[in-house]
Design a protein around this ligand. Structure first.
Ligand code: DX5
Ligand code: ZN
Length: 219
């Protein structure tokens, strides 16, 4: 079941010195979610933000869903902290946890939605075993770690496979894509079945956020 389109700006490309204001600006420009990239310089070669910053955005007054993408290893210890910090949804890479089923249960037990993230060469195989525990599938269209990379075209095939898998379930599972999403490729991405578009540099690198978001929606 394909759901209404959600635009999730990745704040990795936002102005970190004015993060609350810049995040609110993207939401005011028409975005629905905040995509929050957590990197640990271990699972991925970059270091970013954690629960304290999530809490700071809530304290600033951000009320939109915060979509936490964990690129950390291990992940379990961070999950209760993100729940306390106001995260809405937490997605994990199968490679980052020894026990994916237990990690997804941990996310759900803290009242958050759960997602599974697939790197460009990670097969979708595990989905069959977690269908009752996930609210979102995140297909990476770049190797995780940095904003501003080029979209890897094979992600389109993976999106189609994931869409077909979702349609075989009767669950309202979202299909999100992350990496190199721009107004120029949004049409083929949506055609492949994505209903949730992460965009970092495309939105925060533009002068007019609303214009880019409108282009992503209308593509
Ligand atoms: C990459 C992150 C992405 C990144 C996307 O590891 O998961 O969310 O910020 O950035 P763009 O849209 O610039 O490719
Ligand atoms: Zn991400």
């Amino acid at each position: 079941m394909k759901q209404s389109l959600v635009i999730a700006p990745s704040i990795l490309s936002a102005d970190f010195a004015n993060l609350g204001e810049d995040t609110q600006k993207a939401l005011d420009a028409g975005a629905q979610w905040v995509h929050f990239d957590v990197m640990d310089n271990h699972y991925v070669p970059n270091l970013t933000i954690g629960p304290l910053v999530c809490q700071a955005l809530r304290d600033f007054g951000i009320t939109a869903p915060i979509d936490v993408h964990l690129m950390c290893k291990p992940v379990d210890r961070l999950i209760p902290d993100f729940a306390k910090a106001g995260a809405s949804l937490v997605s994990v890479h199968p490679e980052s946890t020894e026990h994916l089923d237990a990690t997804l249960s941990l996310i759900k037990s803290h009242g958050m939605q759960a997602g599974v993230v697939f790197n460009p060469t990670t097969p979708l195989d595990c989905l069959d075993w977690v269908s009752d525990k996930i609210d979102l599938i995140l297909v990476m269209s770049v190797n995780p770690g940095f904003g501003g990379q080029a979209f890897i075209p094979s992600a389109l095939d993976k999106l189609e496979q994931a869409r077909a898998w979702i349609d075989r379930t009767d669950r309202p599972i979202r299909l999100e894509v992350d990496g190199g999403v721009k107004p120029e490729n949004a049409h083929v991405i949506k055609k492949a079945g994505a209903d949730t578009l992460v965009a970092g540099s495309a939105i925060f690198g533009a002068d007019d956020y609303a214009k880019v978001i409108e282009q992503l929606v209308k593509a």
